[in-house]
Design a protein around this ligand. Sequence first.
Ligand code: ZN
Length: 570
Amino acid sequence: MTQPGFPPMELIRKSKYLLVSLTLTHALTISTVAAAADLIISNAQIYTVNQSQPEAQAVVVADGKIVFVGDNKQALAWASSETEVIDADGMMLLPGFIDTHNHVFEGASEVGGNCLLSPVKTLRDQRPELQACKNGIKKQGEWLIGYGHQLDALWGDSQNLNPREHLDKWFPDNPVVIMEESSHSMLVNSLALEKAGIDTNSEHPQGGRIMFAQDGQSNGVLFDNAGDIVMALAWNSLSNNFQVSYDGLLAGMDEAVSYGITTIGDGRLYWQRGWYEVWQQALKNDAINVRTSLRPWIYPDIPLDQQLDYLRGIVSLDKDNLLVVDQVKMYIDGVIHFGTAKVLKPYQWSWQLDLPYGLNYVSPKALPGFLSSLDEIGFGAHVHAIGDAGVRETLDAIEQARERGSKQIYSMTHLEMIHLDDIDRFQSLKVHADFQAGAAYFVDTGWASFYVGRKRAKRMLAMREVFNTGANVTFSSDWTVNSINPLVAIANSVRLKNSKGLPNIQAAIQAATINGARALGLESVTGSIETGKSADFVLLDRNIVKAKPSQIESASVIMTILQGEKVFVH
Ligand SMILES: [Zn+2]
């Protein structure tokens, strides 16, 4: 998760969609074709994202796979009494959308949602919110986990704010950790610090920063990995976290499929919090309705060799499986708004006065060795890189991997600052470039001027420049940071005329489908509508190729189909 400064998505969203029956015609034509068709979608405007057959009217599905793409008449010849025939009534059928970076596991979970702060108020003004959190405490000593504030707003104009002291007054008997809405900082009270062993003598952990007050004690603000360490303690203390996480995962997946998403690249799997077991349970229960590339998190403060055994045990390369595990998630740096993204030239203003260039989660010296060790056990990597130094360090490490002969898939996400000299390296090193084109911070980068100056802010998020080199550009939502709706990213990239947008709607649809499949190593399985691929579709109420951007983003998903099964019906 990444960005700040915009109204948060609702933390908890439950699926609330009514099932409205479509006109289903059970054709009784005797089939002249041998194989049994399970499903035929006819009378559609099919946009296949397959260059050798760009458009079609109908598609035939058997055993979850596409067996025919072509005209209505030939498709209907496959029908038998067992075949379900959907008359699409001229609506648009596309390959299911692929969201290459989505926190579907955390997105709808109530684990972090029992204490909600306001993103626009100072801490002093959050009396009603804090009172509600206090009322939610069931027993003395249990962890209180919250979410939702924004650090800039929290500080407001109160000069001498010490969040730790403030929280101590409200919560003297319970350890408290509250995640900032971008997830890159946490507020904690004294009890939480004590449990995490953070005191006046503590060093900053790898990839994190403790903010100290003048008296030498933490003021209760922990940046990046310093906060993650405390959150992990809190999470693991909860007795019901398995069930709550499980329910959250199902709700998150339901949200995704309601927007036509059939494949997800997982934002991060905190395997030390038991999340992998939750996914496995969902798989066992046949409850997974979105194909997912699970990405185990690389903990920056734990030596890699202590993580490799676990990772070796969960690698899963079967591409026909709904869960694939062959990419890790790691951060090279933090975020611009906290001064933790690693930059080539100093920040103009930063929360970290003594860190003018930001910080590293994984050190650039260690990164080539990390990639090499991970490659040996079957893992590529999806790397969070935001500052221009962080981007360069990651590309340098991947360059070494390629020189060694590594064929692994490497993708980089966020990519807010890319030095001009590094633009063409995505193409030459075969690094997939992932952008959150649906985000408000993507459209207008003015917010960054305060931190990095106007000139650098203006050059940010140069998606088009990377695209023009021939690199594989993908879209992702980073939900819940931004809208989960892939149509917003498609609309924005068509709307933007500057260095950020894509040349046309065709390129945008590719970024939301086949390009994502490539970045996940799934292009032989999904990402386009062609014979032999998985029957993963989204049916839209209108043809977005001919629509204006505003009409693109207001299009409705009528149906989402994964492996030939309806996983969402509007
Ligand atoms: Zn993320």
